[in-house]
Design a protein around this ligand. Sequence first.
Ligand code: ASP
Length: 445
Amino acid sequence: MSVAESAERSGGGHLRILVGLAVGILLGLAAHSLQGPGGKPSEAVTVAVSIAEPIGRMFLRLMQMVVLPLVFSALFLAVVDVGDLRRLGRIGLTTLFFTGLLSVSAVLIGVGMVNLIKPGRAISAETQKTLTSRYRDKAGENVNRANAAKPLGQTLVDLLPENPIQEMAGAVDGSSKGNGMLAVMFFALLAGIAATLRPAETQVLTGTLRGMYEISMTVIGWALKLAPLGAGCLVFSVTAQMGTDILRALAAFVGVVIGGLLLHLLGVYSLVLALFAKWSPVDFFRRVSSAMFVAFSTSSSSATLSTSLKVAHDELKLTPETANFVLTVGATGNQNGTALFEGVVVLFLAQVFGTELSLSQQITVVLMSVLAGVGTAGVPGGSIPLIIVVLKSVDVPADGIAIVLGVDRILDMSRTLVNVVGDLVVAACVDARLRSSGSLQQHGN
Ligand code: ASP
């Protein structure tokens, strides 16, 4: 059975997920309004959260469980199925072009909006002090992680894993010594290229990995059946415990981030889809909606990868090898929403601290945010240590990150949605370009 056929088995149901999300958000907001005196959650809310949270996390685990086998097998099979290294190179370059185009425009939108609206000017010295002391510990942890960031040369060396098995474990639990998921992807790419050169000798291994891919997609089919409940529980626990006082204090900042993300999602993606993939944006967004909902509720591009692959095969009918290649690489390497967010946070904090950034410093922020979008792990809050690296490069106090940590989860949900849709947009554009140039065979619609 082909990859596309196997994906077809697992069923759609984006409307059911939407209902689950809506119910989760509404119940969460209602629970939030039941807060007792002193803004503490009431006992009933604490109990409800203690039930909903583990259910949501079990849904998340079910998806995370298959990320590693899926990344390895999907990338390996993509290379083997393309079968021709020149064609693979063309797919790689086209992917790089669209990734660059979308990332740069995302950061420019974000940076343009912060300069125009200046949300940092709206923060009083008192709010700044309160938030900095409330999130000091969490900020400190992130600063320590950022301090451990390696120089560029070492980062490049670490793309080649010394011990692939260790990198695989580390990519999942964050203990990786090298580059985690990027190193695993590199290993899978090289293994795939080697197998392409020795098709007869590696037939059994390719068959085994095809089996691993099928197993992962089947498990995801089950996870998606639980998605209405799982996603609902995840958003319920976030909204029930949400700090509305912080949301109010940072309203201008939150508005700029959400506004920028919406502009990128509805404006840039629609334009690129219409221009390069000849795809009606409304139809496209409808088809990819289940991936959007899963991304929003999990805040993790990696955990959403399997849903994106399923959507690409079932709904968009993209050529399996293009979708497997672009989406797997994109889940870590193409994060437009994150890049936009990073640019906004750095300039926002510069405004809060009254640091005037010169044009060349702003260009540094744009470039570093684009690169940080490539290096960010597709996990909740994955961008925070990289934001600290960018803050330091333009002399903005790094522990100022504390100011935005209280609203990060809700913004993380939104930027992850944009990240995941960005991967699907790139996949659709690469597929359309290569089909029109005759580099891919037509895949049945
Ligand atoms: N949560 C984001 C993702 O998984 C990464 C980030 O922006 O923190 O795509």
